[in-house]
Design a protein around this ligand. Structure first.
Ligand SMILES: *Cc1c(COP(=O)(O)O)cnc(C)c1O
Length: 426
């Protein structure tokens, strides 16, 4: 792919973009009076609202008003099996088979539920491998699981970090760590896309090595779901969790997702924390004292789901189904490549891109490190909101920008770089 510096290039790309029509299906935030336009490049933090979301939430409010308890069976989308409306689309998005995905809870809750089942430390095999620095919540969750089993991080947590003077973790380093310490590792728990650097791990290769050494391979796909192509079933991943408010555009605190490989899902003897919504559907309302799990990951559900919170996810996944992930990723690679090209050719002295260059090693996010360091960087970042730019700042010196193929355009990227140049020059 070759790029050009002028705005004509961006306009031409947008004109021929098969995904461009989806931009109109989202609400963009209000434009500050001081700005010429809104440039929303923060879909890695909170995705935009699908215009249809409000309608779907309203339908549920109406059905509750009209039908009360009978909504469980008679609503337009009956509440009893409501989460099933999402399963096929979610499975398509992450490369899962029927019965391997469910929308439930929130990400960290699902991570704990999966660790309850899959972090079962034994004498000699009691360690967890994560990345460093990991997303804080993931580290808290993992360390609290260690403690729960009477272990401590100093002994039982292995953290894989970038090499000295490097900014991303090498897949080969992850794999050699697993090869070296695999006999002691119970669980390898890594991100798909790392939230800070934007690097995409080689999930298939890491899973293979983990399995070769007898470890469980679980992934946090908070930044990968809806952002990269995933084949969780074929890659033989044991479990994965993700949230739905980032690339999946289902709203703040949206109901999260969980993948569990069918070979585990079919095993009723697996330890789990159980709740009635995981009970066999046909006999759930016999209200018997014994728990008989639904085969598959649905058997890990705890509670009857929050219908009002699930409705926006229905709206969002409907857009993903029409847009098709493969097509989005094709655009995403061009769009992020364009941002990379403009930064490298026009802002090279100000920013260093820490996200890997290879398209196969990243999603849409580009992490820009201020060469001048934290102070000047923070000052520059603080001037962006008044210019209508939504990106985020991660300490000590990184701006994360995510051109999202569903609703961002090449023109967005062009104007973003123009504004950065203006700020850097002033
Ligand atoms: C966003 C994110 C989370 C958020 O967890 P919640 O339970 O949804 O609050 C956790 N881990 C990672 C890696 C994330 O990027």
């Amino acid at each position: 792919m070759s790029y050009a510096a002028g705005i004509d290039f961006a306009i031409g790309q947008d004109r021929h973009d098969p995904c461009a029509r989806f931009r109109d299906e989202f609400y963009f935030p209000e434009k500050p009076a001081s700005a010429e336009r809104v440039l929303y490049l923060c879909g890695n933090s909170l995705g935009l609202q699908p215009k249809r979301a409000a309608e779907l939430v309203k339908e549920e409010l109406e059905d509750w008003q009209r039908l009360a308890v009978e909504g469980h069976w008679k609503a337009r989308r009956p509440w009893m099996p409501y989460h099933e409306n999402l399963s096929a689309d979610l499975a398509g998005l992450v490369g899962a088979r029927a019965g391997e995905v469910v929308a439930m809870n929130s990400l960290t809750v699902n991570l704990h539920l999966m660790m309850v089942s899959f972090f079962r430390p034994q004498q000699g095999r009691h360690k967890i491998l994560i990345e460093k620095p990991a997303f804080p919540s993931d580290r808290y969750a993992v360390v609290s699981q260690l403690r729960f089993h009477g272990l401590n991080a100093a002994d039982a947590l292995i953290e894989v970090a970038p090499r000295e003077n490097e900014t991303v973790i090498r897949d080969e380093d992850v794999i050699s760590l697993i090869a070296e310490h695999g006999n002691e590792i119970a669980l390898v728990m890594l991100p798909g896309v790392q939230y800070y650097s934007g690097q995409l791990f080689d999930i298939a290769a890491i899973t293979d090595e983990a399995h070769r050494m007898g470890c469980i391979a679980g992934f946090d796909l908070a930044h990968a779901a809806g952002n990269t192509l995933l084949s969780l079933h074929d890659w033989d991943v044991d479990f994965a969790v993700w949230c739905s408010y980032k690339y999946l555009n289902a709203g703040p605190g949206a109901v999260a997702g969980c993948f569990l490989h069918e070979r585990h899902g079919r095993d009723p003897s697996l330890q789990r924390f159980a709740g009635w919504w995981g009970h066999e559907k046909a006999t759930r309302f016999e209200m018997g004292p014994e728990f008989h799990p639904i085969p598959g990951v649905e058997g890990w559900q705890l509670s009857n789901p929050p219908i009002l919170a699930l409705a926006p996810l229905v709206a969002s996944l409907d857009i993903f189904r029409r847009a098709r992930m493969a097509q989005l990723v094709t655009k995403s690679r061009r769009l992020s490549g364009y941002l990379e090209f403009l930064v490298n050719t026009q802002l090279h002295e100000v920013f260093e891109i820490i996200t890997p260059k290879e398209a196969s090693r990243r999603g849409c996010q580009i992490s820009l490190r201020l060469r001048d360091g934290a102070e000047r960087g923070r000052a520059l970042f603080k001037r962006l909101p008044d210019l209508g730019v939504f990106v985020d700042w991660r300490e000590p010196d990184v701006i994360r920008a995510a051109p999202v193929p569903l609703y961002n355009s090449f023109e967005d990227v062009f104007h973003f770089v123009q504004l950065l140049k203006r700020l850097a020059d002033s």
